[in-house]
Design a protein around this ligand. Structure first.
Ligand code: SF4
Ligand code: SF4
Length: 370
């Protein structure tokens, strides 16, 4: 039977950044938490993740005795400067659909455990941050994110991977605590543009830009458009301002070649004009939270990002997109964005559309001329 050290050595050989061991007892406290803020976890039901069930690891693997937690630093390489203003870093090299990056190493690790007689099951349903803290390899930030105890310069640029196994290994000393220094005056809370962070490790997920970019319903409310800035998919603001991430971010890192290879597909002008085939071929395999039927949301987000860029070079693109799209949510946001960028060409287009627009779009246009 495998020893704990042999498992640690394998994780290192496969270039995981840390590994910890936790008992597989139920996460009672987390279960309680889920019931107090059910709205914060709407996203999980969209993906069919049974989070409440996941609070009891034995409901996923009845013989579970230990949770092995691997830590992956997804910011070992830098990201293209053309993409960083628009996309959360954790999404730019996400292989959960293509399964050609991190997934390969996870599979190799799980095969290793199984080849040595262990029952092993990867799960995303158990509370991963809580499991990482229980396994002694992570602690919490007031921005509700997990920070590494040892890996990635102790930053939050990490993804935990949880694996249930049927053998009891000696558990690590848990580090279930908030690790923020006293001197930080809640920079993340102050910097959160949509006031999703409420302080003391609480968040209103429905106001979080990440949630809004991929699950927001209808046209983005007016009061959130400017605060959402140029983010199209995800948001890193509360991590960018965090002093706990400074050390890692001060490095000059080589460019991520996997992301660089797809950089051109994510050009925001192309995203504004993309059709379903382009989306399914180039975008969805990498950023998949929105199906093709939500193409309107992609375009609405891109239009808002262009508006918030205040860059006149986007005006002709926005005008073309208005004419090519009939969706009120896209058109309404284009109108708002043209109003925000301003200038003679934008104004002339808005004047032109003013009388032929549907009531919803017309309302957006009239707000600009008020
Ligand atoms: S990801 Fe962005 S919107 Fe969400 S809590 Fe952090 S700063 Fe706020
Ligand atoms: S910005 Fe400050 S309070 Fe927020 S997570 Fe970082 S250290 Fe903690």
């Amino acid at each position: 039977m495998l020893s704990k050290q042999e498992i640690i050595d394998k994780a290192r050989e496969l270039q995981f950044d840390d590994i910890g061991f936790a008992t597989a007892e139920p996460f009672e406290e987390h279960k309680q938490f889920l019931t107090t803020v059910p709205d914060n976890f709407t996203w999980a039901s969209i993906f069919g993740l049974p989070l409440e069930e996941g609070c009891n690891p034995q409901s996923i693997l009845p013989q579970a005795k230990t949770i092995i937690v691997l830590i992956e630093n997804y910011f070992k390489f830098s990201f293209p400067k053309s993409m960083e203003p628009y996309f959360g870093r954790c999404y730019m090299d996400d292989d959960r659909v293509t399964k050609d990056g991190l997934t390969v190493r996870i599979r190799q690790f799980v095969s290793f455990l199984r080849e040595h007689g262990l029952q092993a099951k990867v799960t995303f349903s158990i509370p991963q941050k809580a499991a990482s803290a229980r396994a002694g390899i992570g602690n919490f930030g007031k921005n509700c994110l997990l920070y590494a105890n040892n890996a990635a310069g102790k930053s939050s640029w990490i993804s935990p991977i949880t694996i249930l196994v049927d053998k009891a290994f000696e558990a690590n000393e848990p580090t279930v605590r908030v690790g923020c220094p006293d001197w930080c005056r809640n920079a993340c809370v102050a910097a959160c543009p949509t006031r999703a962070l409420k302080g003391n490790c609480t968040i209103d997920s429905k106001r979080c830009i990440s949630f809004l970019t991929y699950f927001g319903q209808g046209i983005t409310p007016r009061e959130l458009r400017e605060p959402m800035g140029t983010y199209i998919y995800g948001c890193d603001r509360c991590q960018d301002v965090c002093p706990r991430n400074r050390a890692w971010m001060s490095q000059v890192l080589p460019l991520n070649p996997r992301v660089a290879a797809k950089e051109a597909w994510f050009d925001i002008v192309k995203l504004l004009h993309m059709d379903e085939a382009y989306f399914q071929h180039n975008i969805q395999p990498h950023m998949f939270y929105m199906p093709a039927s939500d193409l309107w949301r992609w375009k609405m987000n891109v239009a808002r990002a262009m508006g918030n860029s205040l860059n006149e070079r986007f005006v002709p693109e926005l005008i073309k997109a208005y004419e090519d799209n009939s969706d009120d949510r896209v058109r309404g946001m284009i109108a708002w964005s043209l109003g925000r960028i301003g200038g003679a060409k934008a104004k002339a287009a808005l004047e032109r559309w003013r009388h032929s627009a549907t009531p919803a779009v017309k309302e957006e246009i009239e707000m600009i001329f008020l």
